[in-house]
Design a binder for this molecule. Structure first.
Ligand code: SF4
Length: 352
């Protein structure tokens, strides 16, 4: 069992983060935010995939003005992602957004940041305080020589102290280093010193395959240490993929459960059915369905009976056929060409 770090609870538009709440899954749209219909349709798809909070890029006034309509019709809380411009931040704050993401390092004006925080407090808007290796303050960079994990943590601690000094406590922190180890170190140092909730993610992780591996390693280690109240998997891919991968990571650690879990063997010379094809088709058919069950598809009798029995439903394959198991009990023998249909039929009939 993972012992999660005790953090203070905050909420973003009703979604609770920190405390004893489950790790929240976030993503970010890749549409032009001022294309309201396109943005909303992506938000709806992401919400259906399990995204619980959505962040949208707000690089221009036009984007900030579009927020009003987006917030009104979005099925999930919306966070405005603001960089550099306090002016755009103030426009966004008028739209009814639930949260705002700020990197104080790239606004670089304590007076303006204080004003933004005062406005957020008045409007009950949550802030995500972002610290990135690319926008560290000069003083910290000079002290450490490069954006090390310690440097990032120090910057995040300093800005958190600033937020609290001006009386603002409804915030979470995200610290993003450019590599996995730097990220882990920075989050670990910060987590040991405060109870402020952490949003974790491996920034710019890369395309779907490589990025998922990198994210699973980085987030997996942090989550195993109990660190992380909300996550985003950043991929150069459809954001729906980010949500899927986030749940797979959380599911592997027993932190969240969404959709099916497939247990299948890697196959070897003992195989007597086309298992990769069976697994691919089953995965394709069940993709996107939020059925919290474990499906085991095993290639031969070695391990197969055991795994199939442990699962909610399973196939223990043999010579051009398989034994279908349900809740640990063998139900029937099915031929190879009937396996997929029979398995899906039994899944439909499962009482969940
Ligand atoms: Fe090979 Fe059987 Fe193990 Fe699959 S279950 S990897 S076919 S021994």
């Amino acid at each position: 069992m993972i012992k999660r770090r005790k953090t203070r609870e905050i909420d973003v538009g009703g979604v609770k983060i920190g405390g004893d709440n489950p790790v929240v899954v976030q993503s970010m749209t890749d549409t032009k935010t001022h294309n309201i219909e396109e943005t909303l349709s992506q938000i709806k798809r992401l919400a259906d995939a399990g995204c619980e909070i959505i962040r949208v890029a707000v690089p221009t006034e036009k984007d900030a003005e579009a927020l009003k309509e987006i917030v009104k019709r979005s099925p999930i809380p919306v966070i405005a992602d603001i960089h550099f411009s306090p002016r755009i931040a103030f426009t966004a704050l008028e739209s009814g957004i639930h949260g705002i993401r700020l990197n104080p390092g790239n606004i670089n004006d304590e007076g303006k940041i204080r004003e933004i925080l005062q406005e957020c407090k008045k409007k009950n808007i949550t802030v995500r305080l972002g610290v990135n290796s690319g926008s560290l303050e000069m003083g910290i960079l000079e002290k450490y020589g490069f954006p090390s994990g310690e440097a990032l943590a120090e910057s995040a601690l300093n800005w958190s102290e600033f937020f609290e000094k001006v009386g603002f406590t409804k915030f979470k922190v995200s610290i993003k280093g450019s590599d996995v180890l730097q990220n882990i170190e920075a989050n670990k140092i910060f987590a040991e010193k405060t109870d402020i909730p952490l949003h974790i993610g491996i920034t710019e992780a890369g395309p779907a395959g490589r990025g998922s591996v990198k994210s699973a390693v980085g987030l997996g280690i942090l989550l195993y240490m109990g660190i992380g109240d909300t996550v985003r998997v950043s991929l150069t891919a459809d954001p729906e993929e980010e949500v899927k991968v986030a749940y797979q990571i959380l599911q592997s650690l027993g932190l969240r459960r969404r959709g099916i879990e497939i247990v299948s063997c890697p196959t070897c010379g003992r195989i007597e059915v086309n298992l990769p094809e069976v697994v691919r088709k089953v995965e394709e058919k069940l993709d996107g369905k939020n059925i919290p069950i474990k499906v085991a598809i095993m290639g031969c009798v070695v391990n197969a009976i055991g795994e199939a029995r442990e699962a909610d439903i399973g196939l223990a394959c043999g010579n051009k056929s398989a034994i279908l198991f349900k809740k640990g009990e063998p139900v029937k023998r099915v031929s190879e060409d009937q396996m997929i249909d029979q398995l899906l039929k039994e899944i439909d009939n499962l009482e969940i």
